[in-house]
Design a binder for this molecule. Sequence first.
Ligand code: C2E
Ligand code: MG
Ligand code: MG
Length: 740
Amino acid sequence: MFHEPQLVPSTKTKSRVLVVDDEPRLLTSLQSLLQLHGYVVDIAEGGKAACRKVTEKNYELILLDLRMPECDGHQVMNFLAENGIDSAVIVISGETSFTAVSQALRRGAYDYLKKPFSNEELISTAKRVLEKKQLERDHAHMHRRLKESSILHQYIVDSSPDIVFMLDKQGCFTFLNDKVVNLLGYSKEELKGKHFSSVLSSKDLLSLTEAIEDLERGTTVRNVEVKIKQRVESHTKRFFELTIFPIFASALSPTKSSSVSHAYPTRGLSAASQNAKPDDIIGIYGTARDITERKEAQDFINFQAYHDLLTGLPNRALFKDRLNMAIARCRRHHNRLAVLFLDLDRFKVVNDTLGHAMGDRLLQSVAERLQKCLREGDTLSRFGGDEFVLLLPEVTTPDDVRGVARKILRLIKAPFHLDQHEVFVGVSIGIAVFPDAGSSIDQLIQAADVAMYHVKKRAKEGYQFFSDTMVVNASNRLEIERDLRKALANNELHVYYQPKVDALNGEIIGVEALVRWQHPEHGMIYPSQFIPLAEETRLIVNISEWVLGKACEEVKKWIEAGYRHVQLAVNFVQAQIEHPQFVDLIRSTLAHYQFPPENLEVELTENMIMQDLEPLVAKLQALAKEGVTIAIDDFGTGYSSLSWLKKLPIHTLKVDKSFIQDIRDNDEACIVNAIVSMAHGLKLNIVAEGVETEHQLDYLRKLGCQEVQGFYFSEARPAEEAMEMLSAYKQNSVGLDRTH
Ligand code: C2E
Ligand code: MG
Ligand code: MG
């Protein structure tokens, strides 16, 4: 589009001249004279012949007689003008009249010769006119080139993908290309004369100012990343990479500036350059490249690398990094910090029953709630699954940490609303304090994990600080899994029995079978520590079948020994009740041990009932028909609507121990009141689990709760001891006695 323009033929090539006269003699003599001086000469006899000739060839010079018959010199000049023929004309006139000459000059003649003229006069006039003409052409050509080059530069600058700008020494815009309109919405005029601070935030202002100072100290080019404000505030921030160069006074000195003066209107800078020394910086030239997309992509990659995408919380890698820094700070200032390992209780049930999408939403809600417990500087991260780890980078006393742990427990305990479902989860928290529990990142995280498992092991829903004695029990999960596979064959599993007592007269009316694992190295392991693992590996089905069989076998002996009414409660898991042979298994086990069905109570948890109700109704009705009773365990902690209570053949509700423990403060105790009165209304038997104090017992008795179970009476005991308890009651059947 913008070709480099052709150079005008130089004056060295032979100029073509046309001599026009009505006198043939004069024509030939002028022709030979001019040819002698190196011109290429054509002749035209009369005006008409001249008009024809000029349309056939280009003449640089025309020697034109003014007075000719038919078509005179003035008419020829008109013809030239009308046809845009750009030849230099020297008029030759015999007339001395001033009007004729001046008319010819006004029409564009370059010069005139008055007849008679000398040869020298002719040659020197011709030479002068041709030189003048050449000068004019050169000038026009230069002008055209400048114009083209200016358009070219303007074009290049405006179609640059970057914003191009110039600042004067004060930092005000003197030039901006069109891009500023597209990218930021400003018009060029709006910004011209404004200081760059008007489009930058204070933080970016500082970095650009520093970069400019660097240029002033001699750096030749600087890059800075900044956010530039758009004309209309928008949510999306635009990031730019600025590349700035100094403009030296010498760059705009008259000799250099001429070639760029059109492309870069530098009036302000040129003025500044007038009194400046050549190496003075008189302004800044820069480009601003839009790197928003690159930046966003980078940020996303960074975010992904260091965050958990589901909850947006920092991941393990970022957590470790923060912990590392916090440890270093604590070392310097002799401070303490705490790592809290959080594992949700009952998350698996929600995930299994309501589906993974709901599970994910629950995790997001949990993350949101947990974030409310945080102070600035704390780091909450998700390690995966339902495990969260919290860093408190500055703690003074254990009470600080206790406060946070209690707050977390309280917040997580409140129901979560996922669509129409009301979901209850709990959280087990293990706490490791630096430097007591460990001095490295891994030690602290592991210690908090171990402490958390201790919470899970016994009661769930609580918190515990790490202590050295825990290390002994800190068997890792893989090891447990491996050992659990061998436990059954090696007779390491045992059934323990916890008595269920009549609240009014203290009579032991039944027992709950609770499995125990006597591990050869780790000692007694409680169900909460291996049942979730057993569920994952489906070992639970074998274990539970074994427990049912063993319990039937042992309790049958008591029945035979005269305790005919003693009731055996056995816990079942999801996988078992879902099994098509569930009813058959119970029937055949009962038959095998000749165990009376009415002495067996099957314990299910509320969450299991969330499943497909129809097949479950059929199974439970089949069992009820045999005489087996059905109990709902941990009642009140599930999240089901209670409509199923009417559809299923339920006999007993076992109020979860957490509600019993809340009896201490009267506010919460009303939940127990509500459950007990609801059970009465539905004519259901009620068992309060986890009774630990006399106060709780009194309270429950007054409420009309018939059956109680808990450490206040006894923990779960091996078969022989449980049997002894039974007989002890028989011998001492007055009042309520603790049996241990
Ligand atoms: P669960 O069926 O609700 O059993 C009651 C749990 O509460 C038992 O824990 C028992 O030791 C504990 N407990 C009883 N009284 C008190 C008390 O006064 N205070 C406190 N804090 N706790 C008390 P355990 O034996 O550790 O069992 C935990 C859970 O493991 C059981 O909860 C049950 O869901 C499950 N489980 C235990 N044995 C079996 C089994 O043989 N098969 C199946 N499928 N699950 C079992
Ligand atoms: Mg139970
Ligand atoms: Mg229970």
